[in-house]
Design a protein around this ligand. Structure first.
Ligand code: GDP
Ligand code: IMO
Ligand code: MG
Length: 488
């Protein structure tokens, strides 16, 4: 922030300007000072802005001020390394907020020789003083949440007062998990490969207008509300194959875990976030899953049940679209997917196996082996488009160290025709990826701290992808640890 004076304004008014050079935009905040100030500061904050004469524009325009919310999200099928990057960047923010998904997410952080996996808690929790918010778009299982909080306590993380929960976040009931398992069993071979955390059934109840929300647990008749929804679920379960489930045990654990949830501050997150933005607070929205698992734009029906894309930030936190700032899209230097569904560049061979071993590609939530393949550029062009990605962070480039040759899919060949767009339905179409090969670098990147120190072959690979994708690669991750990150 640079205080600047603008001629024509009274001495009693100080203008603080924030220049965001990469967007060449100017936002300003006016503060009153001195005894002459006649108007309440709140008034100024509401109407503050700066009169700015744009080149070739007349008359002078008023640019309203308000801090923007930056976004980090996955551009593939999840597990791109979002947790690590959020944790790294969190130092530059005041608030980190999750806006969708639930305990199907597993975000891994490594520092101080230790590994932490977060499912519901935002990845800013390890940074002191930083507020972490669970937004209304999230679905929350109090049992998983309690377990996660106990783990944080054991690691000495003071989260009370720093971890806020939206009253409007929906609750995952034990019977949602049961329904998830029964629905997957019913699908047989075409099962989605759900994490079985109850995500789909909970979002179904949300859109079906049956759900229970975090704020409801404070209602006097909460038990009644719970019983009514449970009864519906038990009726529904009759249409599915039988799946064993210890309801009594799960229910006892669920009700007991509500005490932990109650011990945290509940907020109306839409007001909280917008007030924070008006106060100039810096906010980072943390996505879960990846854009190819988005309910609308992913490889439907092999997707999750929420909007994992930038638009989900607006509905999952209550911010208007014009409040979105940087959109940092994360991709691995190759590609993985866990669960069922189409995966055009999948390598069901020894190269895929090598990627899995080198990248330790086993699910953070379920431990399942992840399917592996080369990076898919048509797929990335698609998710860059729908997310409005302003910069890319490429993770796990070190996993490619051992290969003498690596590849990227530049096009899809479908019915003999080459295209760089995704077909309507990836599930029922034969896609042959058209690959471009690159020389590997075959050396460790452990000591590399800047883009210029990268081996020529790695720089060539990154530069080529950057040109193809039309978005700058601003961060390159060379290992799971916090410090293994090149920022350009
Ligand atoms: P998320 O769900 O997007 O947060 O990603 P996950 O945590 O599920 O999976 C990413 C995995 O890769 C984790 O085990 C991370 O510790 C690890 N990881 C993250 N960045 C890098 C990197 O640059 N190199 C390597 N080798 N591992 C990484
Ligand atoms: P993070 O945040 C990878 C996948 C599941 C399944 C499909 C639907 O760690 O990147 P669901 O449990 O939502 O009904 O499963 O989505 N999936 C993920 N894959 N990373 C995740 O989260 C995922 N969350 C869900 O494997 O194929
Ligand atoms: Mg994960």
């Amino acid at each position: 922030m640079f205080p600047v004076s603008i001629s024509g304004l009274k001495d009693s008014v100080k203008v603080l300007s924030v220049f965001t050079l990469h967007e060449a935009k100017v936002t300003s905040k006016i503060e009153t000072s001195g005894a002459q100030a006649q108007i309440e500061p709140k008034f100024f904050l509401t109407f503050a802005g700066v009169f700015w004469r744009l080149p070739n524009r007349n008359p002078t325009r008023f640019i309203p001020i308000m801090q923007k919310i930056d976004v980090i999200l996955g551009l593939q099928w999840g597990d791109e390394g979002k947790g690590k990057i959020v944790d790294y960047l969190a130092n530059d923010y005041d608030i980190v907020a999750r806006f969708q998904g639930g305990p199907n997410a597993g975000h891994t952080l490594k520092f101080g020789g230790k590994k932490y996996v977060l499912h519901t808690v935002p990845s800013g929790i390890f940074r002191e003083n930083l507020i972490n918010l669970i937004g209304n778009g999230v679905v929350l299982d109090p049992v998983v949440f309690e377990r996660e909080l106990r783990g944080l306590e054991q690691s000495g993380v003071a989260f009370h007062k720093r971890l806020l929960v939206s009253r409007k976040a929906h609750l995952i009931l034990p019977t949602h998990r049961w329904l998830d398992a029964a629905s997957e069993a019913h699908k047989g071979k075409s099962k989605i490969g759900s994490t079985l955390k109850g995500i789909g059934p909970t979002y179904m109840d949300k859109t079906g207008r049956n759900g229970l929300r975090v704020g409801d647990i404070q209602a006097a008749n909460f038990r009644e509300q719970y019983e009514a929804l449970k009864t519906k679920h038990l009726e529904l379960l009759k249409i599915y194959p039988e799946v064993s489930f210890d309801l009594a045990g799960a229910e006892a654990a669920w009700f007991s875990s509500l005490d932990t949830l109650r011990s945290l501050p509940f907020v109306d997150s839409e007001y909280y976030i917008n007030d924070a933005l008006a106060d100039g607070k810096r906010i980072l929205a943390e996505g879960a899953q990846g854009a190819m698992l988005d309910i609308d734009f992913g490889t439907y029906p092999f997707v999750t049940s929420s909007n994992t894309i930038t638009a989900g930030v607006c509905t999952g936190l209550g911010v208007a679209p014009q409040r979105i700032g940087r959109v940092i899209g994360i991709t691995k230097a190759y590609c993985t997917r866990v669960g069922g569904g189409p995966f055009p560049t999948e390598l069901d061979n020894e190269i895929g196996e090598r990627l899995r071993q080198e990248g330790q590609e086993f699910g953070s939530t379920t431990g399942r082996p992840r399917r592996c393949g080369w990076i898919d550029l048509p797929q990335l062009l698609y998710t860059i488009l729908i997310n409005g990605v302003t910069e890319i962070c490429m993770t796990k480039i070190d996993v490619l160290n051992v290969f003498d040759e690596i590849a990227a899919a530049t096009h899809y060949r479908i019915d003999g025709q080459q295209q760089h767009t995704l077909p309507y339905d990836l599930c029922n179409v034969e896609i042959e990826p058209v690959l471009r090969s690159y020389l590997g670098w075959q050396c460790s990147l452990d000591a590399v701290r800047s883009f210029d120190e990268l081996p020529d072959a790695a720089r060539n690979f990154l530069t080529d992808l950057e040109i193809y994708l039309g978005v700058p690669v601003k961060m390159i991750s060379t290992g799971p640890e916090r410090e293994k990150l090149i920022v350009r």
